[in-house]
Design a protein around this ligand. Structure first.
Ligand code: 6GU
Length: 226
């Protein structure tokens, strides 16, 4: 999978890709990530990328021409399955979206900044808009890193069996059950006997019950979805 990220803050977003799971995925050539500094496509000697909004109001808006130039240059080189715009005024990212994006070959992610991008960018180029939650970040860069983490870890071969994404919270719309490790007793708090019993069918049953219990208590809305 190839991901092209268009941003005005490439340095802000780089480090998650240089560590941990995403670094390994890139080293194994299961994912390829390229950063494009929007400023290099800016207008005039000052490489302008934003301007005041028509109609007045606080905050700058990213202009269409630099974004168009960058996207169209990329499109000359390959076909893109999705051109995604990260913005708080969109549907919230969930596991189903991450699963479906992990099957794509080439995607572009455009990150907004300031007041966002000129609406005509969204109308002309964007095929999917994603928010990562109901709160406002200063820019879409960190949100893009979150999206990439959620997607890249699902690419076959990125995770080993022992960390398989198939047992994650949300993969079946349930939160994960509690987990324990040594010691089996700490400060009078004991690990549930069932987990030490060696009875694996019973352990799986216990985990399923706990996952359901936890979901019902903390995120009952998940039980209503599908
Ligand atoms: Cl994708 N961008 C920004 N700026 N804020 C957000 C977001 C995205 N998702 C949640 N808050």
């Amino acid at each position: 999978m190839r991901i092209d990220i268009i941003t005005v803050e490439p340095e802000l977003i780089r480090s998650p890709f240089e560590n941990s799971m995403m670094k390994r995925a890139i080293e194994k050539k299961l994912a390829e990530v390229h950063f494009h500094n929007l400023r290099e496509y800016g207008l005039g000697n000052y490489r302008q990328v934003d301007d005041y909004q028509f109609g007045g109001g606080a905050g700058m808006v990213l202009m269409i021409q630099p974004i168009a130039k960058c996207i169209e240059k990329l499109q000359l080189e390959r076909q893109y399955d999705e051109i995604i715009y990260m913005t708080p005024d969109a549907k919230t990212l969930n596991q189903a979206t991450a699963n479906s994006l992990s099957l794509k070959k080439n995607i572009i992610i455009l990150t907004g900044h300031y007041k966002g991008v000129d609406q005509r960018v969204r109308d002309k180029y964007i095929t999917k808009e994603i928010s990562i939650g109901d709160y406002v970040l200063t820019g879409g860069e960190l949100a893009a890193a979150v999206l990439c983490d959620a997607v890249i870890r699902l690419i076959p071969g990125v995770l080993g069996d022992e960390t398989s994404a198939l047992t994650d919270s949300f993969q079946d719309n349930l939160l994960s059950p509690p987990v324990y490790t040594r010691p089996s007793e700490y400060d009078n708090m004991k690990v549930p006997d069932i987990l030490l019993s060696g009875n694996f069918p019973k352990i799986e049953e216990w985990r399923a019950d706990k996952a359901y219990e936890r979901t019902k208590k903390i995120r009952p809305d998940l039980l209503d979805e599908s």
